[in-house]
Structures are given as C-alpha cells and as structure tokens.
Design a protein around this ligand. Sequence first.
Ligand SMILES: Nc1nc2c(ncn2[C@@H]2O[C@H](COP(=O)(O)OP(=O)(O)O)[C@@H](O)[C@H]2O)c(=O)[nH]1
Ligand SMILES: [Mg+2]
Length: 355
Amino acid sequence: MKLIIQIPCLNERETLPETIAALPRHIPGIDEIEVLIIDDGSTDGTAERAAELGVHHVLRFPQNRGLARAFTAGIDACVKLGADIIVNTDADNQYEGTDIALLVAPILAGRAEFVIGDRQTDGIAHFSPIKKLLQRWGSGVVRQLSATSVSDSPSGFRAISRRAALGLFVHNRFTYTLETVIQAGRAGIAVENVKVRTNHKTRESRLFKNIPDYLKKAGGVMFRAYAMYRPVQVFSRIAFVLFAIGALTWGRFLYYFVTRGTAAGKIQSLLVGTTAIILAFVVGLVAMLAELLAANRRLLEDLLVRMRNMESRVGDASSRQLHAVHTTGHASWTADDVRVGGPTKEALPAPSPPS
Ligand SMILES: Nc1nc2c(ncn2[C@@H]2O[C@H](COP(=O)(O)OP(=O)(O)O)[C@@H](O)[C@H]2O)c(=O)[nH]1
Ligand SMILES: [Mg+2]
C-alpha cells in the first residue's frame, strides 16, 4: 500500500521545512510513503528547497496556474506514480501532519474513498465570528448540493483512494475543495469526515483576500458545480418559477376579462404572462439539452477514467515526462527505514535561511 502526500505550493520556501518535518514517516497499514510537491511557478526557490528537504517528487509549473489546476495535476501525477492513497495537505503547516494517519484510516478500513479532515472551525481562535458563521453556512449548502454529510467542505486536508482519484475532475480555476465534494457525493463515492487538529497560523491566506472575495468565488463555483452535476434540477426549477409567474399574470388578466368584460388596462399582465410562459418553455428545453450534455460528459469522464488507469499502468517514464514530474531520487519512507533509523525527522537536513 503506497501513500503519496501531495503539497501544492506557491512560494512556500519558508514554511515548507516545518511542514515536511511534521509528516509521518510510517503509518500502520501503509508500506511506502512518498511526498510530491506541486510548485506552481514559485519564485522563491520552493522546488529546490523541497528537493533538499528529501521530498520524492517535484511537479513544477513554469508559471502560476492556480491551486485548482495544481491539485488536479498532482492527483494525476500521484496516480501515475502508483499511489493507492493520496493525501493533500497545505504547505503552511496548517494541518497537524501526524493526523494523516487518522485521515487514511477509513480508506484502509474500506469504509470510505474520500476522507475530509474536519478542522472544527468553531474552535479555531484566529477565525473571526463571521468567518466561522460563513464556514458553517457554506458547509451546510455543500452538504445539500452534494448529498453528503461533509462537515468542513473548504478543508484542504484530505485523503483520496486511487479509485476515487481516477474519477475526480475539477472544472473551475479557483478552488478544488467544494467542487470535488459535490462531484464525489453525486458520483456515489463514500465520503467520511475525520476530526483533525490545526496548527498556529503562519501567514495570511494566499487564496482569498477577504470574506466578500471568498463568497464571490466560492458561490460561483458551487452554483456551477451543482448546475453541471444536476442540470435538470437547476433548469427545471427556473422553468417552474417562470411558468408560475406566467400563469399568475395570465390568471389576473383572465379574471378581470371575465368579471369586468374588458381587458382595458390589463394588457401588461398579458404581455408579462406570455413572455414568462415562453421563457419557461425555452428554459425547459435548455434543461433537456443540459441533460443530454451531461450524459455526454459522463461518457467522456468514463473514458478519461479508463485512460488515466491505463496510462498509469503503461511504462511511467513517458507519462512522467508529459507532466514534468521530477523524481529526486530520495528513497521512499518505509517501515524498515524507521526500524533501522533511516530518514526520520531528525535525519532530515535542518532548514536553512532563505537566500
Ligand atoms: N499550486 C498552487 N498552490 C497554491 C496557490 N495559492 C496557494 N497555494 C497553496 O495552497 C495551499 C493553501 O493555501 P493557503 O494560503 O494556506 O490557503 P488557506 O489554507 O485557505 O488559508 C498552500 O499550500 C499554498 O501554498 C496557487 O496559486 N497555486
Ligand atoms: Mg493553509
């Protein structure tokens, strides 16, 4: 059983040493642990620092492509590198590294394929009350949209089985966290929550400037993801509302026409009602088209899953080249290493100051 811990990074040279040092070198039930860094166009030498720190693989983008793309490229690389389980964590040592053992436990036990670390945001001292409220409300909305019981959907601390990873697709550029939960839930993947610990804040978030910025981006992502996975529900509800408006305004017109015998002064109702009913039919047609497109998307996704699976089994050199994964040559961390005093935390090079 091989675990690859992937860490998306944007200029994380400073915090990477403590993040790597905190990762577990051995977990019961796991034979091999490797670390993959996704360096998304960092300009502070993150990739070089990572190699010095003993990470096993570095995937480097020459320029910034954003976290969502880095996450999916990392997942793709991990599958090709033979991961049975992939754990995603932050480079700012936000999550307690030893809790990775808790995250992978439900997958090892065969209960779940997608495990989300619940940061228990209500207890985090540096989160403002409004941020806590929004986290709670946002997770509630994602629970509804995904039909799962996920308690902390924006958490980036996750464990994903190889099978679930093969079927993950992220279409937005801002964040993978919400869309992957909605997708996993709708695809019938078993999702589980695990309570995890978080560390002190090392710096401000690189992803969102402030709460309105987060709401704007996350709201759009959630709506698009839901519309993509449940198109008929979204568009037929819109069509129903339009039809109801049309029926009411038409009813108003008819009422006056029948009781007063004249349509004078009620022509606007007639116009609004007719327009709303026509729009309802158009949106109804859009719902049918969206469902046809969704059927096509499901077929394409099925093909992609098979292709990813095949690619990961074909000789790995070419596929690694395709994704520019540089393998550093450091040996995997195994249970034997720990017994013979191999690359334990203490053996890692001490963090050096940034140049
Ligand atoms: N690949 C990539 N990683 C990023 C980018 N922005 C942030 N990250 C990484 O994503 C992780 C989460 O970012 P962070 O600032 O901690 O966000 P927060 O935990 O939501 O406050 C960290 O490991 C960052 O280095 C980006 O544009 N590309
Ligand atoms: Mg973070």
